[in-house]
Structure formats: structure tokens, C-alpha cells
Design a binder for this molecule. Structure first.
Ligand code: HEM
Length: 88
């Protein structure tokens, strides 16, 4: 069963900032990193620095060579979107 891909606003992203429920955005894509935390080579604490935010700059500062989109393919929530239609 494939996950539903849907847009995420920065406000919603910000609410997912705990180790039990952690999302992060890189280059306009939001990922649920909760299940990846234990496997992050830099440790969960380092990865949590990017939780709930657009972590693009942080990510690029540490390891721009890492293929995050491939590693987190199954963790994709959807695109980061500032404007959402009010009717849903
Ligand atoms: C390694 C921090 C996000 C995947 C590391 C290391 C640090 C770090 C400090 C170095 C560990 C060491 O060499 O001892 C962070 C921070 C992040 C972040 C602050 C917040 C944005 C991510 C993401 C992924 C990722 C989103 C991919 C899903 C990796 C991988 C390594 C690594 C694969 C090993 C890289 C290598 O040795 O070439 N991280 N990380 N990290 N991280 Fe992250």
C-alpha cells in the first residue's frame, strides 16, 4: 500500500519535531525521518537538529554528497508548500 503523497505547510512541518514523530524538509521535499533516526550514521541527535524545519542548509553543510532522496524514498510525505487552497 503506497503512502499518500500530499503537500505540507511549514506550520504543519514544525509540529513534527520529536523523536517519536519527526519530519524534515530538504530542497522542497518533506520526509518522515522517524524510522530512519536509529540508522543515521551521524546519530539520532544530529539528525534531530533538522526535525520540524527546512534542513537544506544544515544538510548541505554536513554532507551534501549523501543521496537522501534515495535513502528516504519510502519516507516521503510530500512537497513543502506555502500556499494551500483553503477548501479541502
Ligand atoms: C553522517 C549530521 C541529515 C544521512 C552524518 C554525520 C553528521 C550528520 C554529523 C557525520 C557522522 C560521522 O562521520 O561521524 C546530520 C544532520 C542532519 C543530517 C545535522 C540534519 C539535516 C541526514 C539525512 C540523511 C543523512 C536526512 C539521509 C537520509 C547520513 C549518512 C551519513 C551521515 C548516509 C554518512 C555519510 C558519510 O560517511 O559519507 N550526518 N545529518 N543525514 N548522515 Fe547525516
Amino acid at each position: 500500500v503506497g503512502g499518500r503523497i500530499r503537500p505540507v505547510t511549514p506550520t504543519e512541518l514544525a509540529t513534527h519535531n520529536t523523536q517519536n514523530d519527526a519530519w524534515l524538509a530538504i530542497r522542497g521535499r518533506v520526509y518522515n525521518i522517524t524510522h530512519y533516526l536509529p540508522y543515521h550514521p551521524g546519530g539520532p541527535e544530529e539528525l534531530m537538529r533538522g526535525a520540524g524545519i527546512d534542513a537544506t542548509q544544515l544538510f548541505d553543510k554536513v554532507h551534501p554528497w549523501v543521496n537522501y532522496d534515495s535513502l528516504l524514498a519510502k519516507c516521503l510525505v510530500g512537497p513543502l508548500r506555502f500556499d494551500l487552497p483553503s477548501a479541502e
